[in-house]
Design a protein around this ligand. Structure first.
Ligand SMILES: Cc1cc2nc3c(=O)[nH]c(=O)nc-3n(C[C@H](O)[C@H](O)[C@H](O)COP(=O)(O)OP(=O)(O)OC[C@H]3O[C@@H](n4cnc5c(N)ncnc54)[C@H](O)[C@@H]3O)c2cc1C
Length: 384
């Protein structure tokens, strides 16, 4: 039997559709949103109409009936052009809607998923706290049961999609009790936007992802119905580990797209820009940089598709997801640095897409588990 890494026709068609959308709709407009640090509602609305927010969900909940491979294909094509738009989709699907789909009751799924799948509403996932993100078990936010309600107190930081005009909910992790050994019991609870006591700060001023929404959240005696508990009480830790494992595949696809976008832009520029009487791309020093960039993007693509394929086929994928996330995020930074170098001074000018890619690459080594955390996970899978 041969290994066939080519995409089946329906995924290739999706890839072409998103590629065309990214080039014709995102590329001409995104620079201005980015410069103004504005959320691109118009583009996100169009992505919703295309069904991108519903890609990996069943049709009965308003989804497209696809899977994580389909989501990865869409993320890669978007990030080839722009990462703010891609992370809005990634966080909306992997962090906003997926916890509800994986762990929600039938009633919760029917209430929230159709709106999240259509893109008319965005969901967010609040795990990270000001005192620490990597050590997620050290959550300090608390939720105490009072009659038929949970009363939530605490804060979350760096939460994507949490404060847009179309944000409808944030799923937060909170300590809901203590286990027999004294360690915290963590649960996930759905908090609808606008619940009294739930405050969303102004957007952060960030180095990159400037057209994506990231905010700090605070909870002061926030009361939500007991029925807003996501899945079983005390299962929050296991839930977010699963969500992050899957999310890493999506981030790896996004990072691959950024790495490939750097190749696309640099090949074009190297053919056009002249120095010493010839295109800079006629120099082997530049060609070798481009060859290495292409090699890295290609290898990253194989890595995320392998992890996604394992997930889709119900096989263990934890190590492969960490490998893909670690490799693709580090090579995205490498490719962005080289792309800027190939563009010379213009690469430092915001009007050039590679400048945006350079700003957007670094966070990929940090979000959804830092590179150190990925190495810890891989080492653990190796038996350490
Ligand atoms: C733009 C943006 C969007 C984000 N979106 C979300 C979101 O939607 N939801 C959400 O919950 N979070 C989100 N995050 C948070 C992100 O996941 C965390 O920033 C990340 O997990 C790292 O946590 P931290 O920032 O607290 O760093 P820390 O955990 O404080 O780590 C600091 C440094 O120490 C290293 N380190 C920590 N422990 C160890 C160890 N044991 N061994 C070796 N090194 C170690 C880390 O690798 C890192 O280099 C976002 C962050 C950003 C910047």
């Amino acid at each position: 039997m041969t290994l066939d890494h080519r995409l089946p026709e329906e995924l290739e068609e999706l890839r072409r559709t998103v590629e065309a959308f990214a080039h014709h709709v995102v590329a001409p407009k995104i620079g201005e949103y980015y410069e103004q640090h504005a959320f691109p509602y118009e583009i996100v609305q169009e992505m919703g109409r295309m069904g991108l927010f519903g890609l990996p969900f069943p049709e009965e909940y308003g989804g497209m009936g696809g899977d994580y491979l389909a989501l990865g294909i869409a993320l890669e094509e978007l990030a080839r052009v722009d990462s703010s738009v891609a992370i809005t989709l990634e966080a909306g699907v992997s962090l906003g809607a997926m916890p509800l789909y994986r762990f929600g009751t039938e009633e919760q799924k029917r209430e929230w998923l159709p709106k999240l799948c259509s893109g008319e509403m965005l969901g967010a996932f609040g795990l990270t706290e000001p005192d620490g993100g990597s050590d997620a078990g050290a959550t300090r936010t608390t939720a105490v049961r009072d009659g038929d309600e949970w009363v939530i107190n605490g804060s979350k930081c760096f939460i994507t999609n949490s404060g847009t005009d179309i944000t409808g909910l944030v799923t937060v992790t909170a300590v809901t009790g203590r286990k027999a050994d004294g360690s915290p019991e963590i649960s996930s609870i759905i908090v609808p936007s606008g619940t009294p006591g739930f405050t969303v700060a102004a957007p952060y001023s960030k180095v990159g992802w400037n057209a994506s929404d990231t905010r700090e959240l605070s909870f002061a005696d926030v009361r939500v119905p007991a029925g807003n508990l996501l899945g079983e009480e005390g299962r929050g830790y296991a839930q977010f580990l699963r969500i992050l494992d899957e999310g890493r595949i999506a981030i790896a696809a996004l990072a691959t797209g950024l790495a490939q976008g750097c190749v696309d832009e640099s090949v074009t520029y190297a053919k056009e820009r002249h120095a010493f009487g010839k295109p800079i791309g006629a120099n082997q020093a530049i060609q070798f940089k481009l060859a290495d960039m292409e090699m890295r993007a290609h290898t990253a693509r194989l890595a995320w598709r392998d992890a996604a394929s394992r997930l889709v086929h119900g096989e263990p994928f934890k190590k492969e997801a960490a490998l893909a996330k670690l490799y693709s995020s580090e090579i995205a930074v490498d490719n962005a640095r080289e792309a800027t170098q190939i563009h010379g001074g213009y690469g430092f000018m915001n009007e050039y897409p590679v400048a945006r890619m350079w700003r957007d690459a670094k966070i990929l080594e940090i979000g959804e588990g830092t590179s150190e955390v990925q190495r810890m996970l891989i080492a653990r899978e190796l038996g350490f």
